[in-house]
Ligand binder design. Structure first.
Ligand SMILES: Cc1ncc(COP(=O)(O)O)c(C=O)c1O
Length: 389
């Protein structure tokens, strides 16, 4: 893959000081008082990739801040997807959407009606619940197995319940999975597609974390598995290059869902920001080197956390994530009740995401954001230990 950013291979985690990060005005750094170490919401403590800075700076200097035009984002994703995953995306089967979650809502509107069911796999990214309910659909839970993986034994009955009486239903697949960091295998996704086909459930795959797959695992795009042809996927550069504030995402239709995506109202394309599209496109076409550096840093951080927990908090169960920059910690043996994050915040001054917000299976857990310096990972464990004294 042509990638002018491929020389930028250094780990960007730790490049910014805590003083610099505390000057940020985004949610991660402003929600809690300054004595709290914030390792919660999925923002990364990194400087932007140089090609992204360059593209944005040029656009601003030129006053290129109008409305988006053309298929630049889809072309950039198609090139990235072909190079990384061997996935051929047809830009004609894509649509720009404001962000992944609003894209999910639009996809739900295409394939379901008011009151229809949407299956999710808890513990899962809490806004899945909020956006499904906000869009007038209802949630049906199919919990992950104890091993944190997709479980046909819960999916099949959930699909059956969701489609009772022949109603349309959707399945919002999180791939890779937030918060467990599970990267679904081709076999697992093929089994999902087979089940979805059997029950007539439409699959919407949230693949926002796809570029963030760590050594040892391989991302498989849902639309490439047998039976995935009538699926819809959502992708974005926002997680992997820390661009959530620069709104843009892409919906991609499998060949048998292209007619559905073609029904997307034109006004949805008014939501994404032109600057967002410029930034995301630069990340995908020229930010491969930066991403490589990031992934090496995340790989080191997930192992560092394993070592620190084994040494200092052996009662906490932790399966290092295969993808994402999130660590899902089972703290039930600490005896801190359903919401250990409350104890860690109050007594340790470290902000982690409370497990119960992730739905069934979340109680007694916390989610820790590994996209920070190794020093902050160590400091977080130190603060968690201190909270127990
Ligand atoms: C699985 C998943 N989907 C969607 C989002 C949010 O994406 P967006 O800001 O593009 O709506 C996140 C953010 O962390 C996420 O983890």
């Amino acid at each position: 893959m042509a990638d002018r950013g491929s020389t930028e291979l250094t780990n960007p985690l730790g490049a910014l000081t805590l003083d610099q990060l505390r000057r940020r005005t985004s949610m991660k750094w402003r929600r809690f008082p300054p004595d709290v170490l914030p390792l919660w919401v999925a923002e990364m403590d990194v400087p932007l990739a140089e090609p992204v800075v360059r593209a944005l700076t040029e656009a601003v200097a030129l006053g290129d801040t109008g409305y988006p035009s053309g298929t630049r984002y889809a072309d950039a994703l198609a090139e990235f997807a072909a190079g990384r995953w061997g996935w051929r995306i047809d830009p004609d089967h894509t649509a720009i959407v404001p962000d992944v979650m609003l894209g999910v809502v639009e996809m739900l509107r295409l394939v379901t009606g008011a009151g229809d069911a949407v299956v999710v796999n808890p513990p899962v990214y809490p806004p899945f619940y909020q956006f499904i309910v906000h869009s007038g659909r209802r949630v049906v839970e199919a919990p992950l197995g104890e091993d944190g993986r997709l479980d046909p034994a819960t999916l099949a009955p959930a699909f059956r319940d969701a489609t009772t009486g022949g109603r349309p239903a959707a399945y919002l697949l999180c791939s890779p999975h937030n918060p467990t960091g599970t990267v679904h295998t081709r076999d697992e996704l093929s089994a999902v597609a087979e089940l979805a086909g059997r029950y007539g459930v439409r699959v919407i795959a949230d693949e926002i974390h796809a570029p963030l797959v760590l050594p040892g695992a391989e991302f498989v795009p849902y639309l490439t598995v047998p039976g995935g042809e009538n699926g819809l996927a959502l992708l974005s550069a926002s997680k992997a290059w820390n661009l959530a504030g620069l709104k843009a995402a892409l919906a991609v239709a499998g060949p048998a869902a292209a007619a559905d995506l073609a029904r997307l109202p034109e006004e949805v394309s008014h939501g994404p920001s032109h600057l967002g599209i410029i930034a995301h496109s630069a990340a995908l076409t020229e930010g491969g080197g930066w991403l490589t550096g990031l992934l090496s840093g995340l790989d080191a951080n997930r192992l560092l956390l394993a070592e620190l927990l084994a040494e200092r908090l052996p009662a906490v169960r932790y399966r290092p994530p295969e993808g994402t920059y999130l660590a899902w910690l089972d703290c039930r043996r600490l005896g801190l009740g359903d919401d250990p994050a409350a104890t860690f915040l109050e007594w340790g001054r470290v902000a982690l995401n409370p497990g119960p917000e992730f739905g069934t299976g979340g109680a007694g857990h916390v989610r820790l954001n590994l996209a920070t310096s190794p020093e902050n990972v160590a400091e977080a464990v130190h603060r968690m230990v201190a909270a127990l004294d």
